[in-house]
Design a protein around this ligand. Structure first.
Ligand SMILES: [Zn+2]
Ligand SMILES: [Zn+2]
Length: 352
């Protein structure tokens, strides 16, 4: 099998050939059809997250080892199954839930494998889909994509489940009050589309880029606001009739987190998803006095993945721009993403 691996942080991925694995036990071998190129791959490739104040969270300290085959948004066709893999057969086309845990601890048994203390996420801690083949340890990580095109289904594994998981945290108020979404890039448009599919009341989208704001407006945002405007928080407060019940920050920079906090009404909730990096100082009395909460949201659970696919099969896949690329163009795709010029998602198509 062929894969393109990170052998050195920040250096071009290298083509590696190795024997194609044979699935044992509950394992399943997929031929990769579509592998999304996610923004978080840029962090994994660099080898760190920015924690603000010059501090960095090194991925090697989290247990990420090189060489690594990245790629956590994968759709594949089953080409071989282990003797104990039930409910899946050769020829099935499946989306791979990549957020694996140990599978044995109490957290994993509750279905929250994405929150396991010993993560084994595909494309992060174990080999991912920047390859022609992908080995998945258990059929519970495979989801039927129905009639959805593989390149449209692939981003559901990260960008889809991440925004779905964040929208779920808003709770029933989602159908009653407008939600503020900070960031109108690929993740923002996905969030907007799923918000609509979930029957959301309305979305106010905040971004610094007028082109992205226009895209959000076209995609159905009830209103857009320039986050660089000095009165951005005031504009959000007015648009939400006294402050937002829920803000989803898909950027996660110091400025956007601050803006989110400043825009909440009493009892409001800020849900942070983005990993841009930075830090903020919050006066502690504002938590009880304003009864606000800040919650982090990291991808989603197996249950949420099942719900998401059910939603998408019923309402259709989010209609986001997709750019297909051959597997061999992975380095160009990563550079293109890094330049900030990608609208929507780039998806590698190793089987084409
Ligand atoms: Zn676990
Ligand atoms: Zn991702």
């Amino acid at each position: 099998m062929k894969s393109y691996d990170v052998c050195e942080c920040g250096a071009p991925l290298r083509l590696i050939e190795r024997p194609t694995p044979k699935p044992a036990g509950t394992e399943i071998l997929l031929k990769v059809i579509a592998a999304g190129v996610c923004h978080s791959d840029l962090h994994i490739w660099d080898g760190y997250y920015d924690l603000g104040g010059g501090k960095r969270l090194k991925l090697s300290d989290r247990g990420v080892k090189l060489p690594l085959t990245m790629g956590h948004e994968n759709v594949g066709e089953v080409v071989a199954v282990g003797p104990d893999a039930v409910g899946v057969k050769i020829g099935d086309r499946r989306l791979v839930h990549p957020w694996l845990g140990c599978g044995e601890c109490a957290v994993c048994r509750r279905g929250d494998e994405q929150l396991c203390r010993t993560p084994f996420s595909i494309g992060v801690f174990r080999s991912g889909g920047y390859a022609d083949h992908l080995l998945v340890p258990h059929p519970r990580y495979l989801f039927d994509i129905g009639n959805i095109a593989p390149e449209r289904a692939a981003p559901l594994a990260c960008s889809g489940i991440t925004t779905y998981g964040a929208l779920k945290k808003v709770g029933p108020v989602l159908q009653e009050e407008p939600v503020v979404i900070i960031g109108a890039g690929g993740l923002g448009l996905m969030c907007l589309a799923l918000h609509k599919a979930m029957g959301g009341k309305g979305a106010i989208v905040v971004d610094i880029d007028p082109v992205k704001r226009a895209a959000a407006k076209k995609a159905g945002a009830m209103m857009t606001i320039d986050s660089n405007a000095p009165d951005a928080a005031k504009q959000i407060t007015e648009a939400t009739n006294g402050g937002a019940e829920a803000v989803i920050d898909l950027v996660g920079a110091s400025r956007t987190v601050q803006l989110g906090l400043d825009s909440l009404r009493k009892g409001g909730k800020l849900i942070i998803v983005g990993l841009f990096g930075g830090d903020i100082t919050v006066p502690t009395p504002s938590f009880p006095l304003r009864a606000i909460s800040i919650q982090g949201s990291y991808v989603g659970s197996l249950t949420e993945m099942a719900e998401l696919l059910d939603l998408v099969r019923r309402k259709g896949a989010p209609d986001l721009p997709v750019g297909k690329r051959p597997l061999a163009a992975v380095n160009d795709a990563l550079e293109e993403l890094k330049s900030g010029k990608v609208v929507g998602r780039l998806v590698l198509m190793p089987a084409e």
